[in-house]
Design a protein. Structure first.
Length: 159
């Protein structure tokens, strides 16, 4: 076998390395730590709520086993993202609780925050209404899927 490196071999190796780098760049983690999944509002780089936003990470105040959230942890006009269940629980108006699948209908990214009555996907800035899950700003065109929930006392669970 010829031990000399040909130009064809060198170009093939470079192309393969470029493909590997592109795949690695595209697979950058979309998972966020529980510290970064905030309820009813976003956060600054330091993990604190941004100005005008309400914080309250899912799981910060432990709910009963099997519970998604406590009603008292969900502000009116806001919500809580329950990362483990891929669900966002919201309170569009006082005493009304709804839940939606926490996956954007555009390209399947997990939604990151709830603020100003909107559920926000960070990938392409699609926003969805907390009242009915409908897209308010694209590129998403389909609403978030509603998730059936039930409540007993202060506890909200999957139905």
């Amino acid at each position: 076998m010829d031990q000399n490196l040909t130009r064809r071999h060198a170009l093939s190796a470079a192309a393969l390395a470029g493909v590997g780098a592109a795949v690695a760049a595209c697979s950058s983690g979309t998972e966020t730590s529980a510290r970064n999944v905030r309820a009813a509002g976003g956060e600054t780089a330091g993990g604190e709520p941004a100005a005008g936003e309400t914080a309250g990470a899912a799981g910060e105040k432990p709910a009963a086993a099997g519970a998604l959230a406590k009603k008292s942890d969900i502000p009116v006009g806001g919500g809580v993202i329950v990362k483990a269940e891929k669900v966002v629980v919201v309170q569009p108006e006082a005493g009304t609780f709804k839940a939606y699948r926490a996956i954007c209908t555009h390209e399947g990214c997990p939604v990151k925050r709830v603020r100003d009555g909107l559920i926000v996907c960070p990938c392409h800035n699609s926003t969805f209404s907390i009242a009915d899950g409908s897209p308010q700003k694209g590129p998403a065109k389909k609403p978030l899927a509603e998730v059936h929930i039930s409540s007993e006392g202060d506890t909200i669970t999957l139905a």
